[in-house]
Design a protein around this ligand. Structure first.
Ligand code: ATP
Ligand code: MG
Length: 410
């Protein structure tokens, strides 16, 4: 029938048939491709469904590995658990501090999680730098100089130290009575240097990171090294570095572990590694002497209450943005505020401002300041500073003045 032609027409039956077959073959291929695509889709949906149906895993942190191969972990849900390890888990990665996933029943480690930074620790990095410089701090000239030399300079020009063979101090400890500018000095260092600045508050270790203090200390310094050059500022260090007395409660033991970790890290640091540590406390008397040993916090900087000259400067700083009337005499104010801290002076400036506001005045007058000095220095309880120019009798007298007692009786 090859080349058969229907009588009387040009119709080529074979050619049409061949064409039809080719068309069908194309269609088969298309359908096969479509089927493969649908299979893939089905597989994907099955996988998604599996994800939805499988129970969540619990994150935990390895505390220690027992000799029998079981592992003590601290689960994120709270308690410490002793768990077994699934056979496909790489045991060599089970180091203390590693993040792992345990199954829902909390009976076994199923996976070692990839390293990730603790969100809390990441949040400690000061990204938005305070707009404070040494100029915003009154007095404390020598302290500023020493901070510059021992913290900022080694980070900016490490070669200078290396060439001379001089080792910059590892840690600088600022100490002194409350409200005299310790935190402020550290903030200024953060504002002025371009290094990474990581701020840790000692008391947070005790409250927020119960049971994890040592780990957080480790992670803080790991972050500091990773982002070097950097400065770690530990405010209120007394909360973690108080003298080791009788260690009774588990809370104290925990604080103890945190401190030991901190000491270990300070010891282990090569001092030219680009990480500097600043700490601050108003209770140097209760600090563990171990932390003050040379090689750890080897530069102690006393931040004293301001003297007359410094008080004038602090008054000037805190009244810079105020509209003062001509009679305001900052020097006189400084002379009648003996014993005031920087924080007191800030409070005085604020009170004076409020007093003017109450009068709806356009300027803050000397009288506003005198009223504020009276209010802040004599009426407010300031147990942290010993009044030098106001006797205790005077204070008692002011506190039980007739007007105030009558108010109390109402
Ligand atoms: N020398 C100073 N110059 C200007 N302002 C100061 C000075 N000292 C303290 N102040 C003011 O007082 C406030 C409190 O000071 P700061 O927080 O530095 O005190 P501190 O020494 O850290 O006290 P604490 O030991 O209680 O933490 C500052 O925010 C600042 O406004
Ligand atoms: Mg402070």
């Amino acid at each position: 029938m090859n080349g058969a032609k229907v009588m009387g027409s040009d119709f080529d039956f074979d050619a049409t048939l061949n064409e039809y077959i080719r068309m069908l073959e194309r269609r088969v291929k298309e359908l096969e491709a479509e089927r493969a695509e649908l299979r893939r889709e089905l597989r994907r949906y099955k996988m998604e469904l599996d994800k939805l149906l499988s129970p969540p895993l619990i994150e935990a942190i390895v505390l220690s590995v027992l000799p029998d191969g079981r592992v003590v972990v601290k689960s994120s849900t709270g308690p410490n658990l002793v768990v077994r390890v699934m056979s496909d888990v790489d045991v060599s990665k089970l180091l203390p501090g590693a993040h792992v996933a345990i199954n829902q029943r909390g009976s076994a480690i199923v996976e070692v999680l990839p390293e990730h930074e603790d969100p809390f620790v990441r949040a400690m990095e000061v990204v938005e730098r305070p707009k404070i410089s040494f100029e915003d701090i009154g007095g404390l000239k020598q302290q500023k100089q020493e901070l510059y030399e021992s913290v900022i300079l080694p980070l900016v020009e490490p070669e200078l130290f290396r060439e001379l063979g001089v080792e910059p101090p590892k840690g600088v400890l600022l100490y002194g009575p409350p409200g005299c500018g310790k935190t402020l000095l550290a903030k200024a260092v953060a504002g002025m240097s371009k290094a990474t600045f990581i701020r840790v508050v000692g008391s947070e270790f005790v409250q927020k990171y119960v049971g994890e203090g040592a780990r957080i200390v480790r992670e803080v310094f790991r972050l500091a090294k990773k982002k070097a050059p950097s400065i770690v500022f530990i405010d209120e260090i007394d909360a973690i570095a108080a003298k080791r007395l009788d260690i009774g409660t588990s809370g104290e033991r925990e604080v103890q572990r945190t401190l030991m970790q901190l000491l270990a890290i300070l010891d282990g640091f090569d001092s030219l590694e680009n990480v500097r540590v600043i700490a601050a406390t108003n209770r140097i008397d209760i600090l563990d002497p171990a932390i003050l040993r040379p090689g750890r916090f080897d530069r102690l900087l006393y931040v004293p209450p301001p003297n007359h000259r410094a008080r004038i400067e602090i008054f000037a700083i805190h009244t810079k943005k105020m509209k003062l009337s001509k009679d305001v005499d900052l020097e006189y104010l400084a002379s009648i505020t003996e014993g005031a801290t920087g924080a007191d002076i800030k409070a005085i400036a604020m009170e004076a401002g409020y007093s003017a506001l109450r009068r709806r005045a356009k300027e803050v007058s000397m009288n506003d300041f005198l009223y504020a000095v009276e209010k802040v220095m004599k009426k407010r309880k300031r147990p942290y500073i010993e009044p030098t120019d106001v006797s205790q009798e005077e204070l008692d007298y002011k506190e039980s003045s007739p007007r105030e007692t009558s108010v109390m009786h109402i």
